[in-house]
Design a protein around this ligand. Sequence first.
Ligand SMILES: *Cc1c(COP(=O)(O)O)cnc(C)c1O
Length: 376
Amino acid sequence: MIPLSLPHINGNEWKYVKDCLDTGWVSSAGAYVSRFEQDLAKFSGAKYGVAAVNGTCGLHLTLHMLGINQEDHIIVPNITFIASANAAVYTNATPIFIDVDVDTWQMDLDLLEEFLVNQTKQIDGRCFLSSTNKCIKAIMPVHVLGNMCDMERLMEIANTHNIYVVEDASESLGSYWKGQHSGTFGIMGVFSFNGNKIITTGGGGVIVTNDEQHAKRAKHLSTQSKVNPETYYHDEIGFNYRLVNVLAAIGVAQMEQLPGFISKKKEIDAFYRKELNGVGDIKFQKVVDEVDPNCWLFTFYTSKQAEVLAKLKENKIIARPFWTPMNQLPMFTEELYIHKTDNSKDIHANCLSIPSSVNITQADLEAVVACIKSCY
Ligand SMILES: *Cc1c(COP(=O)(O)O)cnc(C)c1O
């Protein structure tokens, strides 16, 4: 079997976890949690990092902190993992889905801008959707597969219309736009350390921000808003969202290996692009020059998605079609979906992610390529 994207546990993970177990610091207080937060802040160039139990809860917390509620809309790309849209719904806001660019598979900024210009109005320095009179409070770009949209332009659009940007940077640890790390453009950004991400803590997330108040409040809210640990005085409704020390210990060890992981992902990406170039109607995700991507999970476009998938399965090679677009899910069919040609539908129906584990062998990479080539 050749898996899709396995964790690579090959550094100080055992040592640091043993340290937690030996010292009894297993829970949400402990030195590894703050060390992991600092590691993420340092790596991404953000001022602050705040750990969370997973990326989804991290996203929820960021939106909650911005005061988003049932009177609000949040803009999300139509192609994303459902966590982005769920985070919006947890705050009772209504998502608005924007179709993705046909080549980069990221939120289509032309569509976004046209929508904001034509269908919203400004009242007291806030952006309202004309048809619902609800406030569009945040745009959540998702750096799908570690690629990025034009973040300078997105920030310009958001600033023009007075909308916050919260980045779902779950898949883009190690990805940069013109040298600036993903997750650091908006008011807050969130990384995920789920089992299949470029580094993992089993489950985990970190919110990054340059805003001290948001960083403090995120930590406060994620620890049940406890002001005084002796009297159990809490000053608002909080959450039990803080990452535990045992998992943060794994994260610290993983961060030590991250530069090596990124190089390996780039090698895998380069190999697939070279070997699959010109094979049948295969097309690759476009990555513009301004982006330095982490190449997290190799994904390509082909009209033979079903045949290739079946063939790979027959050869015990794990591959996966892209996520079902948000507008096609039963919970979201009523929501506004801004599109012209419905690129999401086409990308979902034709894209395939293939094995990209950091520890994949050259023989396995060649087996994957040979199997795909045999379909054309
Ligand atoms: C992984 C992921 C998340 C967060 O997932 P968690 O499992 O909660 O950490 C959010 N958005 C996207 C796009 C993801 O890929």
